[in-house]
Design a protein around this ligand. Sequence first.
Ligand SMILES: N[C@@H](CCC(=O)N[C@@H](CS)C(=O)NCC(=O)O)C(=O)O
Length: 89
Amino acid sequence: MLRLYDNRLSGNGYKPRLLMAHLGLGYERIELDILAGETRTPEFLALNPNGRIPLLVLEDGTPLAESNAILCYLRRARASCRRRGWSGR
Ligand SMILES: N[C@@H](CCC(=O)N[C@@H](CS)C(=O)NCC(=O)O)C(=O)O
């Protein structure tokens, strides 16, 4: 399952949340407290050395940072699913 590291107040996090809701994609959401330093822990930095959310972790474990890159990935993945006749819902 897709996993989104996020913070509920983040506009950059809202972008993938909105698109995934629109596409009907299920995902696990992990809330990180930025002010408490949860984006700068060794565990999170191992996933995203940039230390920022949003971060999408794909089903194969590949981490994908940057909200606009995440949007492009989701749009392309969705188009590929459509071509194969899978609605993604
Ligand atoms: N260009 C990045 C910006 C990401 C970003 O600035 N995220 C902020 C929250 S909106 C963050 O994680 N800040 C935590 C920090 O810098 O420690 C994107 O579009 O994803």
